[in-house]
Write a protein that binds this ligand. Structure first.
Ligand code: G3I
Length: 347
């Protein structure tokens, strides 16, 4: 069985696609995706920075390719993302002399963007990550330009606008570290507010950029908490870093310094067996948990396909050799793939 076949009774399984694949210059990754996954999301090409880099000038080529690819391969197509503080070009927020625009102007720009992007793919996108990463800080409210200029209700507005632009598309709220109790509470506040006002929201995405210490008990609590509200829970950006998470702020660019490499990039030649086993076991435990709650979970999406192309090599510090995904640098499937497939025979 392939991965998507293995979990077909439970949830779709997918991956984020980069533009190299969509441009047809990444054949090996392409065949992995078509073999194993029945769901796709755009890693970058639908972000506002790429799709509307200049006000009124839309760059559709890669996003069109993305949607065509999904349709051609009969996949569930997810759009990512409409309203995010990052990868949003400055022009959204400033006037011609560099001051913040007024609330009305920003609302209008948000509307124009959502109408154009959602409208273009109307009827072709299964669901949209409407608002991404609105949670931050002690009170759970990220003071992004969206929030400071418009107010907390930018979230409701974005969902309403997306719904108007494509009434059949599912709409999601997506954020990271949703297992942390404070962030879980903040997320619940956001979605409960939408539900109470009768604004369409279908699901919540847990980004799932995990490390080996991911607290499964807390992940489970969050799955249940959102699932019990009647929302679909999606594991949207799954990857599992094998590297230590630096506790200090490291801003260095790629460094060839030996001490630096030993400390921050310790597994350049491959993972030691004990770490590799722990890494595989953590993936297995995660999928057991997802399947246990398959009545809540509708989709599991990996953030990328193979280790070479993963963003984790460059975050939180640049130029490392990480091993977060199910396919290695030679495009070979890791043994954990078959372990995951085996899980489906044990129910
Ligand atoms: O395409 C440009 C290229 O034209 C330019 O020359 C080059 C110079 O830096 O940059 C290229 O863009 C990069 C882009 O990835 C495509 O490779 C951006 O700099 C880089 O910042 C961008 O990183 C992406 C990041 O989001 C920011 O958008 C990562 O690939 C992507 O994996 C990551 O994904 C995010 C999710 O959207 C939201 N959740 C967190 C997740 C990880 O950060």
């Amino acid at each position: 069985k392939t991965l998507s076949e293995a979990f077909s009774d439970d949830y779709t399984v997918g991956a984020a696609l980069n533009v190299q694949l969509l441009q047809g210059i990444n054949k090996k990754t392409d065949s992995i995706v078509r073999k194993h996954y029945n769901s796709i999301v755009a890693e970058n090409c639908m972000k506002s920075m790429f799709i509307q880099p200049v006000e009124g000038e839309f760059a559709w080529v890669d996003a069109d390719r993305f949607v065509d690819y999904g349709e051609k391969n009969n996949m569930e197509i997810v759009g990512h993302t409409l309203v995010w503080h990052a990868m949003a070009p400055d022009w959204f927020f400033v006037d011609s002399v560099g001051n913040d625009v007024s609330r009305d102007v920003l609302i209008q720009r948000m509307k124009t963007h959502i109408e154009a992007v959602v409208g273009r793919y109307k009827g072709r996108i299964h669901g949209w990550d409407v608002v991404n990463e609105a949670i931050d800080g002690p009170d759970g409210v990220r003071q992004s330009k969206w929030q400071t200029i418009i107010g907390d209700d930018y979230i409701e507005m974005a969902f309403k606008m997306a719904h108007e632009a494509d009434p059949d598309a599912e709409l999601y709220y997506n954020d990271y570290s949703m297992y942390e109790p404070k962030r879980r509470e903040a997320g619940l506040r956001i979605v409960k507010n939408l539900l109470a006002k009768g604004i369409r929201i279908d699901g919540v995405g847990f980004q799932a950029h995990y490390g080996l210490d991911v607290p499964l008990v807390e992940v489970e609590k969050s799955i249940v908490a959102f699932g019990e509200l009647g929302l679909k829970v999606m594991i949207t950006e799954l990857d599992l870093s094998a590297l230590p998470f630096p506790s200090e702020e490291v801003t260095a660019e790629v460094s060839t310094d030996v001490a630096y490499q030993e400390k921050f990039n310790p597994y350049k030649e491959g993972l030691p067996t004990d770490i590799k086993n722990r890494w595989s076991q953590t993936y297995i435990d995660l999928f057991k948990l997802f399947t246990k709650h398959s009545k809540y979970i509708s989709r599991v999406t990996f953030w990328g396909v193979n280790d070479t192309e993963s963003w984790k090599n460059d975050w939180p510090i640049k130029g490392r050799t990480d091993y977060p995904l199910l396919f290695d640098r030679a495009y070979k499937e890791k043994s954990v793939v078959q372990s995951l497939v085996q899980l489906s025979y044990k129910n």
